[in-house]
Write a protein that binds this ligand. Structure first.
Ligand code: ZN
Length: 308
């Protein structure tokens, strides 16, 4: 039976077995930053907690809280406190099917690590994941939903799986046109998507650094491309790493819906802004989707089944 059907029928919420610590530089500031990822209660979702603040420290991982989509996805709470560059960690949570976690930050950024989700995935896999006694929150796409802007578009269509078909089209011949379709199952995110790094053009990177932007961005955490050449000494991790990273970003951004999605997504030249606007479009009309297991606390009988 395809695993994705299990999410709808028999999937239980998950959290980490133990705390995980990740340290690295912030993409925006270039300064050292640390996160602790902690297990969390059922139905609590993903919450970011700024340890450097005295009050209003919590920022809920929701598409409604996205306030900036330049150089990554930034969320903020009602007090205006922000967390930057959440998308690669959110993508790791989606890929591992983690529903509930608290992310305690030393500052305002999730560290960029190696520019992919790999280190988050490896660290969480090392401590392990546990099932919880509540059913997963899943939405099923019921009809075609689309959002487009300029040259970019995202379309979702009904399906019993969760798949992403993504096309990018860059002038630089080192990237060019790439298209990849992945059906995400319980155990293939890590292998197919998780290690794909973010990327940038050398002249853009130089321009941003001169203007005080992306100070933490370097060849250590991004693929840097210059006129048909890949400047990273180790080359690429996947032949089409660029489009796979765009799928990684899309997974992280749409997980801000708070749900696992049953549907096929077709994206063209999208990015963080379009990913977010697509979610607003999806949730603007209740006939676009069906929430499965909204009342999802498991009964006594089901608990004995779940632990059997
Ligand atoms: Zn990214």
């Amino acid at each position: 039976m395809p695993d994705t059907l299990n999410i709808a029928r028999l999937g239980y919420q998950k959290t980490l077995k133990e705390e995980v610590v990740c340290e690295g530089v912030g993409l925006h500031s270039g300064s050292k930053t640390q996160i602790k990822i902690l297990p969390a209660e059922v139905n609590s979702g993903i919450t970011f907690i700024r340890e450097d603040l005295i009050k209003d420290r919590k920022i809920i991982a929701s598409y409604k809280n996205v306030c900036d989509t330049k150089l990554g996805t930034t969320i903020q709470n009602n007090a205006g406190h922000k967390v930057h560059t959440i998308e690669h960690l959110m993508s790791a949570f989606m890929g591992l099917r983690i529903d509930n976690a608290d992310v305690v930050l030393s500052g305002s950024e999730v560290p960029i690590m190696d520019g992919s989700s790999k280190i988050f995935l490896d660290k969480i896999n090392t401590v392990g994941i546990k099932e919880q006694f509540a059913k997963k929150k899943v939405i099923k796409i019921l009809k075609e939903v689309s959002f487009s802007q300029n040259n970019s578009s995202i379309i979702a269509i009904p399906s019993d799986n969760f798949s992403i078909d993504y096309m990018i089209d860059f002038e630089d011949p080192a990237i060019g046109i790439q298209r990849q379709k992945v059906t995400l199952l319980a155990d293939n995110f890590d292998k197919e998507i998780g290690s794909a790094r973010t990327f940038g053009m050398l002249d853009e990177v130089e321009y941003m650094h001169k203007n005080g932007l992306a100070l933490g961005g370097s060849i250590n955490n991004a693929i840097v491309v210059d006129n048909g050449k890949i400047l990273n000494p180790g080359g690429l991790r996947y032949k089409d790493e660029f489009v796979r990273h765009k799928i990684l970003d899309l997974c992280g951004d749409i997980y801000l819906s708070g749900y696992h999605i049953l549907g096929s997504i077709i994206a063209k030249r999208a990015g963080h802004e379009v990913n977010n606007k697509f979610l607003w479009e999806l949730f603007s009309d209740k006939s676009n989707y069906e929430v499965i297991e909204e009342n999802n606390i498991i009964s006594q009988e089901e608990i004995s089944f779940a632990v059997a």
